[in-house]
Design a protein around this ligand. Structure first.
Ligand code: ATP
Ligand code: MG
Ligand code: FE
Length: 342
């Protein structure tokens, strides 16, 4: 099926077009620069930017894909989770397109879409996989019987900060700017990941195997930097960035691989904005190879928010004969992770 996907859960207005698992267009308009001076996403600013970018981005995606809007078989949209006002813009637009074109609407889960996008990169996967979903708002280990299917189980999640949130907070305290993930990634390349032994949260033998905690790590970094400053010594930004990043990706990869081994699952899939991290991708590959697990991770541009991931999930649901959403679905800012389609 030819599916148009709309994503507006945060600060990216994404419109993607796919045919089955083939990516035809992935147009993204970001308002990130408008938020940078506030040090974080301002919901009202994001909503207004979505409103301005929505229609031009749809037209750009259609032009890129070489299709007319009337060609599409279905409209998929992120129904949640995310910023309520931002989601509303995408959901309202998707309903309007659905009604005007007479094509079914699929209101889907943003987190499932972060997982499903891998199909566009690596094609169908007919086996169960473990998905490590790491983003600005979530850090979870999921058991996914079929990528793009309606069932998934969360084996564990963060008890406090999400991995991306930790990257953003540590970047801020290092004075690197916003959003922090890519900036830490870059700074860390010049640093020594073994320079500072930052704590690995929840890795004790009595700790929950698949849960994460990153707020203690963030505090440890803050204390370390403060101590340096109090002593009047310069802060070795690259070493702090590299050591912090190593602590995060060490825990993420070891727990995800353990989940795959314990479940007897041969595939690990990475998704979400933090999956764009170069060290996470490198260490995951190294450890998967050691464990005999196949790693699937989309290119960085498909890990961060985009419309193609929503279209990819929509296309799977259409192909599987899932019941379309009603035209009066709400935007659900707290949509549960296991609810794939509303
Ligand atoms: P969610 O998907 O949980 O709703 P979100 O959509 O806001 O949250 P994403 O766009 O999926 O989040 O991911 C954004 C996060 O990814 C930010 O925290 C950002 O710092 C982080 N990120 C992006 N690139 C990198 C990178 N190279 N290294 C580490 N983190 C990164
Ligand atoms: Mg973003
Ligand atoms: Fe996201």
């Amino acid at each position: 099926p030819l599916v148009l996907g709309i994503e507006t859960s945060c600060d990216e207005t994404g419109v993607g077009i796919v045919r089955g698992t083939e990516l035809l267009a992935d147009a993204v308009a970001s308002s990130v620069e408008e938020h940078a001076r506030f040090g974080g996403v301002v919901p009202e600013v994001a909503s207004r930017a979505h409103l301005q970018a929505m229609v031009p981005t749809v037209h750009r995606a259609c032009a890129d894909a070489g299709i007319a809007l009337t060609d599409v078989d279905a409209i998929a949209v992120t129904a949640g989770p995310g910023l309520a006002g931002a989601l509303l813009v995408g959901v309202a637009a998707a309903k309007a397109y659905s009604l005007a074109l007479g094509k079914p609407l699929y209101g889907v889960n943003h987190l499932s879409a972060h997982v499903a996008v891998d199909l566009l990169e690596h094609g169908p996967l007919d086996e169960a996989c473990i998905a490590l979903l790491v983003s600005g708002g979530h850090s979870s280990i999921l058991r996914v019987p079929r990528v793009g299917g309606l069932e998934l189980t969360e084996l564990g999640a963060t008890l406090d900060d999400a991995a991306g949130e930790a990257f953003d907070k540590v970047a801020r305290l290092l004075g690197l700017g916003f959003p922090g993930g890519p900036l830490i990634d870059r700074a860390a390349r010049e640093g020594d990941p073994a320079a500072i032994a930052f704590p690995r949260g929840l890795t004790g033998s009595r700790d929950p195997a698949f849960a994460f905690s990153f707020s203690g790590l963030k505090t440890a970094v803050a204390r370390w930097v403060e101590a340096r400053e109090r002593a009047g010594e310069p802060v070795p930004v690259a070493d702090v960035a590299a050591s912090f990043q190593e602590a995060v990706v060490d825990v993420l990869t070891s727990k995800a691989i353990r989940a795959a081994r314990e479940a007897g699952i041969d595939y690990l899939l990475l998704g979400g904005g933090v999956a764009a991290n170069s060290r996470l991708r490198e260490l995951a590959l190294q450890r998967c190879q050691q464990a005999g697990i196949r790693l699937r991770v989309p290119r960085p541009g498909l890990c961060t928010d985009n419309g193609a991931m929503v279209a990819a999930l929509g296309a799977q649901l259409v192909a599987a004969g899932a019941t379309p959403s009603e035209l009066d679905i709400p935007a659900d800012s707290a949509m549960p992770i296991a609810e794939v389609l509303v």
